[in-house]
Design a protein around this ligand. Structure first.
Ligand code: TRP
Length: 346
């Protein structure tokens, strides 16, 4: 069975874009068809200026929302990255395979570093090495498929390159992963700026619907979405991006086709109204489940503990194999269990 790995970075509240673009498919398809791991990648949240209490809070909230969205711990593994040491262990080894030039070429690094410097801030070294840690996340589990958005494809390519290079130099150790598209309706755009993605990193804004927004807040945001000049409701991403975004959100929520839906609306107002209600209805069960889970924090903790244990069990043999292959001396206990000959204990 294919192994699938994906991660959610706890740097902001999860949005409708995260849900329709990725999480929904993880729950509906991936967890059933693959051996899937979904990870709250908290170590990655430390690569930029951060508030410890907020990261902790968002990590718990992200994990709870993954479960509320339908990820079932009986079917897949949900866990927190920092609970499994193998990520950091493997990351260092992969730093010894990657080059600094490769890191500096990463588009996301260049953009984020430039922004940080412009603000007069300093750039954390971990922002540069972040893609190596991400490669470790993927390679530690032998994941063959990584469902990610376009902005993460370059990082998955790097993971691929590092796997191939390591295998060539030190012997076959890693599965070579590939990025897969998260599937339908993957691109939900910002309601106020349909040229940019509805990403959680934008942080605040009237154009972003958060998964935990109250129904009235959702309605307000959708009703105030920017639309294009003109009066007819037509589906055209190029010339009517605002309208197209609403039609795609409506289609994603109701299971229709944006093109076909466009013909059913006499006005922008009617389209917005139905889209708002459709989003409210999609979020309702998720929010209810979230509330139940919050009332039982012990349950979520238990799921994460068991998830980390399972993840550790999967990652450990691969990371140990990488340690041995690259030339690190096995610890005595490990040599013994690996059957590497008699171990003299004194
Ligand atoms: N870098 C990803 C993001 O910003 C999150 C991530 C970290 C990830 N490790 C991963 C995604 C491994 C897929 C696989 O969204």
């Amino acid at each position: 069975m294919t192994r699938v790995f994906s991660g959610v970075k706890p740097t902001g509240h999860l949005t409708l874009g995260n849900y329709l673009g990725a999480m929904r498919r993880w729950a509906a398809v991936d967890q059933h068809e693959a051996e899937a791991l979904f990870c709250v990648v908290d170590l990655h949240a430390l690569t930029v200026d951060h508030d410890p209490a907020r990261v902790r809070r968002l990590s718990r909230q992200s994990a709870t929302l993954l479960l509320a969205a339908g990820l079932d711990p009986e079917l897949c593994t949900v866990f927190v990255q920092s609970h499994v040491d193998e990520h950091a262990r493997l990351s260092y080894v992969l730093e010894c395979v990657a080059t600094d030039g490769e890191m500096r070429r990463m588009i996301q690094y260049k953009e984020k570093a430039a922004r940080e410097r412009q603000r007069g801030g300093s750039v954390r070294l971990s922002l540069l090495t972040y893609p190596v840690l991400m490669a470790a996340d993927i390679l530690a589990y032998g994941a063959g498929e990584v469902p990610v958005g376009d902005d993460q494809r370059q990082h998955v390519e790097l993971a691929r390159d590092l796997a191939v290079r390591f295998n060539q130099r030190y012997g076959h150790t890693f599965v070579v992963p590939r990025a897969t598209r998260p599937g339908v309706a993957a691109r939900v755009m910002n309601l106020q700026d349909p040229a940019s993605k509805m990403g959680k990193s934008d942080d605040v804004g009237p154009g972003i619907v958060y998964l935990l927004d109250e129904p009235d807040v959702v309605r307000k945001k959708v009703m105030r979405a920017v639309t294009d000049s003109g009066r007819e409701v037509v589906y055209d991403r190029e010339t009517r991006p605002g309208l197209a975004n609403l039609l795609e959100i409506l289609a994603a929520c109701t299971g229709g086709e944006p093109e076909a839906l466009s013909g059913a609306y006499p006005s922008y107002g009617a389209l917005k109204k139905d889209t708002a209600e459709a989003v409210v209805e999609v979020l309702r069960p998720l929010q209810e489940r979230h509330k139940e889970l919050c009332a039982d924090p012990g349950h979520v903790e238990g799921v994460l503990r068991a998830g980390a244990e399972r993840a550790r069990g999967m990652a450990r043999p691969t990371v140990d194999a990488a340690y041995r292959a690259i030339g690190l001396l096995p610890a005595a206990a490990e040599a013994e269990t690996a059957g590497a000959g008699a171990v003299v204990t004194v």
